[in-house]
Design a protein. Structure first.
Ligand SMILES: *[C@@H]1O[C@H](CO)[C@@H](O)[C@H](O)[C@H]1NC(C)=O
Ligand SMILES: *[C@@H]1O[C@H](CO)[C@@H](O)[C@H](O)[C@H]1NC(C)=O
Ligand SMILES: *[C@@H]1O[C@H](CO)[C@@H](O)[C@H](O)[C@H]1NC(C)=O
Ligand SMILES: *[C@@H]1O[C@H](CO)[C@@H](O)[C@H](O)[C@H]1NC(C)=O
Length: 340
């Protein structure tokens, strides 16, 4: 009923709605999501929680072969910020565009299609048959439970070889969530934009350092565990607070065991983990005022209208890693989904 209502409203040009979205980005690229992807709170939680196994995937033990996203990962993170934005959306939603920065070789790391180096490039369509869609004006939308939700998450054959491959997918069942794509073609604040046909406008609510946000989220998960199982404290070379090693396999295991429930990491089983409202609160806390436990606010970079991605290696390695990660998720979801 609600969905039908939204569709009907979508065809009226006067209709608008305001979304609260989040995205992770290097600060120097700017924080307005021009030809970029953003997520609602649950979609942001999925992206973040699903990717904690990355250090294991990248370790030499596994050859770093899964997805090939092992380029310069460690140097990436100091410039990363998380932005909380309000987006006014005019008109209906369109297809979701997977937007990635085009590499120096002129190839989009997600789709393999040709693109202009250094520019953000968005692709729509089936994962196996993508096409460029930067010219789509409508704000794109992807429901994560339909994109990633319905398949056999983990088999015993996978589990005996790589148990960690079973830890990330249950996150989507916990969070669901929505991802959005917003193009320059639909941006109402672009120079010369047509107010009659433009589709979105964004306001920055707050920008925080990703390492500050990570610390708040990790501390909440560790505190929840400390009152119950004490998993983190039992890890070899356990370190408290910011000294924690989030690449340590034991820390990663305890993180998923706490968030999802220990039995959820075993094929075909389930136990309850951290309650969703507590996780939501942890993900929202960085954006509260500092007096309420939030992170310091980072000023937005100058002149968003002329915002162009900088040609710096730090940009490329974060973008490359993100694109490879998401590509692998779509690939796995495609190969695992039962035939209709
Ligand atoms: C690791 O890499 C080597 C050399 O490229 C290859 O022969 C081997 O099969 C790989 N092992 C795994 C587990 O992917
Ligand atoms: C974020 O915090 C880290 C660690 O405190 C610091 O090295 C980095 O420069 C900060 N990044 C930004 C964009 O402020
Ligand atoms: C996924 O599974 C749920 C529960 O079985 C079902 O209600 C839903 O329609 C399914 N979604 C898709 C896209 O198949
Ligand atoms: C963190 O853990 C990883 C994986 O076990 C290890 O290679 C690395 O040396 C550890 N880092 C520190 C600072 O202990």
């Amino acid at each position: 009923m609600l969905g039908l209502h939204a569709v009907l409203l979508g065809f009226s040009p006067a209709s608008s709605q305001t979304l609260t979205v989040y995205h992770v980005n290097p600060l120097h690229e700017g924080v307005l999501p021009i030809d970029m992807d953003t997520a609602d709170l649950h979609g942001d939680m999925f992206f973040d929680l699903k990717s904690k196994t990355t250090p294991i995937e990248r370790s030499s033990q596994f050859n770093g072969t899964r997805g090939g996203d092992c380029t310069n990962g460690e140097v990436v993170d100091t410039d990363l910020v998380i932005s909380k934005l309000s987006i006014d959306v005019f008109g209906g939603f369109g297809e979701y565009g997977r937007c990635n920065i085009c590499m120096e070789d002129g190839i989009d790391p997600f789709s393999g299609l040709k693109c202009t180096p250094g520019q953000y490039f968005c692709t729509c369509g089936n994962f196996r048959a993508p096409y460029a869609c930067n010219d789509q004006r409508a704000v794109g939308r992807e429901e994560l439970s339909s994109a990633f939700g319905n398949f056999t998450i983990c088999t015993w054959d996978v589990w005996v070889k790589a148990p960690w491959a079973c830890w990330g997918w249950p996150v989507v069942r916990l969070t669901g969530g929505t991802w959005y794509s917003t193009t320059r073609a639909g941006w109402c604040d672009a120079p010369g934009a047509d107010p009659a046909t433009c589709t979105w406008r964004a306001r920055v609510e707050k920008i925080v350092n990703k390492s500050c946000s990570d610390d708040i989220i990790y501390s909440a998960v560790e505190a929840y565990d400390a009152e119950r199982d004490g998993c983190f404290a039992r890890c070899p070379s356990h370190q408290r607070g910011q000294a924690r090693n989030t690449s340590a396999t034991c820390w990663i295991y305890c993180f998923y065991a706490t968030v999802l429930g220990e039995r959820t990491l075993v094929p075909g089983e389930h136990s309850d983990g951290m309650p969703l409202p507590e996780l939501e609160a942890a993900f929202e806390r960085p954006f509260l005022s500092e007096a309420l436990g939030g992170c310091p606010s980072i000023p937005p970079p100058k002149s968003p209208v002329t915002q162009v991605p900088a040609h710096r290696s730090i940009t490329r390695s974060w973008a490359q890693r993100r694109a490879a990660m998401i590509k692998r998720w779509y690939g796995e979801a495609n190969s695992l989904r039962l035939p209709m």
